[in-house]
Design a protein around this ligand. Structure first.
Ligand code: TYC
Length: 136
């Protein structure tokens, strides 16, 4: 973590708290901040670096079964995962041959929504297609 000054994540008035004014009890804090000069404090406002964290990503996995029609799986990949026909076919065949495959990688909420959409859609059409999510 990077901060302008220790002890705070808030914006700070730049002062000489690390430097030579530190051990000058005769100087007020404002004087220290002001570099010891006359007149009002003219400290520079330094914005703390915003803390940003990349969200964890989740793979949406599709599982093979013996009953769901290939065309139906291709349709799901186009409809819920925005794949073109060629890519959808490639993923479907990968799942068909290998047993499991990645439909896409998303943040948790999006991945969870995709899984629900696929499972609901498959159930509505009475296909046993299974879909799940896994931390990337
Ligand atoms: N194995 C299915 C079939 O032969 C096709 C299929 C592919 C099913 C991918 C599910 O996730 C799946 N009809």
């Amino acid at each position: 973590m990077e901060r302008a000054f220790p002890g705070s994540g808030e914006p700070n008035i730049m002062g000489s708290t690390n430097g030579s004014y530190r051990d000058r009890p005769e100087m007020s804090d404002v004087e220290k901040r002001n570099g010891g000069g006359e007149g009002p404090a003219t400290g520079v406002i330094v914005k703390a670096k915003p803390k940003t964290k990349k969200p964890s990503m989740y793979k949406v996995l599709m599982l093979n079964d013996d009953y769901t029609p290939m065309d139906f799986v291709v349709h799901i990949l186009e409809r819920f995962f925005s794949k073109n026909r060629e890519e959808a076919m490639r993923i479907m065949l990968h799942v068909h041959r290998r047993g499991v495959g990645v439909c896409g990688v998303y943040t948790y909420e999006v991945a969870e929504t995709k899984v629900t959409q696929v499972m609901d859609f498959a159930r509505q059409h009475q296909h046993p297609l299974q879909c799940t999510l896994e931390k990337d």
